[in-house]
Design a protein around this ligand. Structure first.
Ligand SMILES: [Zn+2]
Length: 156
């Protein structure tokens, strides 16, 4: 199974966040200039995702030019180009804000980092080593997971 990793241009912030929710290692341009991002993507072996024809033409072979405006349309185009192999067990394994790889942390450790009710009742906690955000299964998690299944696992 190939693990794809990505770099999204400045217009694709929403797609970047959802690729991270799905567990894909995804850099996001802003505030990096797009041409700099293209160089970073090349150096790191990432697929550059862009809606900009000019940027696509200036990039290396690993580039996917997207046309759709909607998230669902963009993911569908991406899945036509690349066999993504998203796995439910990989969902929520990356920080949606900064792309850090989340690690499990214990309940005692989060006491001072999350609201008391959450510290007492959430089933598990994960922390981003890069920005320090703490994640736990909450009210939005089920809805996001349903959307992830529809986006990444449904048969095209
Ligand atoms: Zn983070």
């Amino acid at each position: 199974v190939t693990e794809f990793c990505f770099a999204c241009d400045a217009m694709l912030g929403k797609l970047a966040r959802w690729l991270r929710f799905a567990g894909f290692d995804t850099r996001y341009a802003a505030p990096i200039p797009d041409l700099t991002l293209a160089g970073v993507a090349r150096a790191e072996g990432r697929w550059l995702l862009t809606r900009d024809h000019r940027l696509a033409s200036l990039s290396g072979p690993r580039v996917v030019l997207l046309h759709a405006d909607s998230l669902a349309g963009q993911v569908a185009e991406l899945r036509v180009r690349l066999p993504l192999h998203a796995q439910p067990q990989g969902f929520f394994s990356r920080c949606s804000a900064c792309n850090g790889p989340l690690g499990d942390i214990s309940r005692e450790y989060v006491q001072d980092l999350v609201p008391p009710y959450v510290a007492a009742h959430a089933s598990r906690f994960r922390r981003c080593p890069d920005c320090g955000r703490v994640y736990w299964p909450g009210t939005h998690t089920g809805r996001i997971e349903s959307r992830l299944r529809a986006l990444f696992l449904a048969e095209g």
